[in-house]
Design a protein around this ligand. Structure first.
Ligand code: IMP
Length: 438
């Protein structure tokens, strides 16, 4: 039995949805611990497509309990649409639970997110516009509305009147937007409260009880390490903590409850939104990766920026997450390339830099130092074992494992569940092994 955290080791969109879906097979409980409807993943099962933002993909397993924990932010409107969508496809949502301590995204959060991005002009973050930052800002300011407040209908009316009075000053005076009517917002959210009420629980207690019955718990991170509020490429980050440490805070469990941490990284790198990206390719190869990898956001449809694998970032993700192993996704996207580059360090004003700089000005100056490896120019999407892979593809994986000093446990070669090589079953397997550096 093991409790496992799955995190994104790059800037998000690493294919965590597929990996958590795979691992959910062995999980009794899946916990989403941070973020909100800024995240998005598509899961394809038996030809049916599920587009999920908040509901963990574990929902597709009928006996798996799915908990959206206290560190998340809930947009009830979007969540209800998601629940309706999965129910319409015949999936039960009875085992879906929401923490009463999770904060609620309100209409003014979305409006302020979008208006503030516009106001920032060239300093914009490139947010998803889903109100994530303003919801977390209210949480830190201690003026937020939590699920437990949403359930208290009389208290909610008074809280909304007080809050919206203040938010209207911001909307009208700062952003030149029309004010919101507290009663209309109340009436809208009243309906959401009733729909979500059966799902609201004390999540930390429920997760603790699961640990006591020795259930397998999978903690699912959203976004990625480089988007972490404290340890990402600030200010071009999200407003929560996707790194492994965020799982304990967001779920309300102690670190001693966690057995393993699995990082998910693409065989190359992508990024959505603004901010420096040292290995970005603005040439035909970048276009090729974007086309073959279908690199468009699930939530916003935005085109993702594409580049070579960045080993500096990889090593950083190993460090700040304490990764036990890696899942490398989308290896097949590199199939047609004659040669493949990997960034092993940065050049900053003539100095070699092995570590990610904390200063964004310095990060903006980083030039990648590449090693070039031969491509394999052979299709790999039908490979089901390491022995099936062309030698150059295997060498590439070994090179990545060595560069980051971490074993690779899973290789993904396409969107469907079977397009996967599980080198070691990370939930039940030994702590270290398999595709190590030697
Ligand atoms: P926010 O989370 O909407 O505030 O956006 C902040 C930054 O995080 C922007 O650069 C977004 O593009 C990025 N971001 C947020 N969610 C995701 C995600 O699920 N995948 C990739 N990038 C994301």
């Amino acid at each position: 039995m093991a409790n496992v955290i799955v995190i994104g080791a790059q800037w998000g969109d690493e294919g965590k949805g597929k990996i958590t879906d795979l691992l959910s097979r062995s999980a009794d409980v899946v916990v989403r611990y941070q973020g909100g409807v800024n995240a998005g993943h598509t899961v394809v099962v038996n030809g049916q497509t599920f587009k999920l933002h908040l509901i963990p993909s574990g929902i597709l397993y009928p006996d798996t309990e799915c908990i959206v924990a206290s560190g998340t932010v809930i947009d009830p409107k979007v969540l209800i649409e998601e629940l309706d969508q999965v129910e319409a496809l015949g999936v039960s949502t009875q085992n879906f639970k929401i923490s009463q301590a999770a904060h609620v995204t309100m209409p003014y959060h979305r409006l302020i997110d979008q208006a503030s991005e516009e106001r920032r002009g060239s300093r914009k973050i490139g947010t998803t516009g889903r109100g994530i930052g303003p919801t977390y800002a209210d949480k830190s300011e201690r003026t937020g509305i939590r699920m437990v407040d949403l359930m208290d209908l009389e208290g909610l009316r008074a809280q909304l009147e007080w809050t919206i009075q203040y938010k209207n000053v911001v909307l009208e005076k700062l952003y030149n937007l029309p004010p919101l009517d507290p009663e209309a917002v109340y009436q809208e959210y009243l309906g959401y409260a009733e729909r979500l009420r059966p799902h609201v629980v004390d999540a930390s207690l429920r997760i603790y009880e699961a640990t006591q019955r020795r259930a397998n718990i999978l903690f699912e991170g959203a976004q990625g390490t480089l988007l972490d509020l404290d340890h990402g490429t600030y200010p071009y980050v999200t407003s929560s903590n996707p790194i492994a440490g965020g799982a304990c805070v967001g779920a309300g469990v102690g670190p001693t409850m966690v057995d393993r941490v699995i990082g998910v990284a693409k065989a190359y790198t992508t990024r959505v939104g603004e901010g420096p990206f040292p290995t970005e390719l603005v040439d035909g190869i970048g276009e090729h990766l974007g086309d073959r990898g279908a690199e468009f956001g699930t939530t916003t449809g935005r085109k993702r920026r594409c580049g070579w694998f960045d080993g500096v970032i990889g090593r950083y993700a190993v460090r700040v997450n304490g990764l036990d192993c890696l899942a490398i996704t989308k290896l097949d996207v590199l199939d047609e390339l004659a040669e493949i580059k990997v960034c092993v360090a940065y050049d900053v004003n003539g100095n070699r830099c092995e570590h990610l700089p904390t200063d964004p000005r310095q990060f903006a100056l980083c030039q990648p130092i590449y090693e070039t490896l031969p491509g394999w120019k052979t299709p790999t999407s039908e490979c089901r074992a390491l022995e099936d892979l062309p030698q150059a593809a295997l060498d590439y994986l070994k090179y990545l494992a060595e560069l980051m000093s971490v074993p690779i446990a899973i290789v993904s070669l396409g969107a469907s569940r079977d397009q996967t090589i599980i080198i070691e079953d990370p939930i039940h397997g030994p702590k270290r092994a398999l595709l190590d550096s030697e």
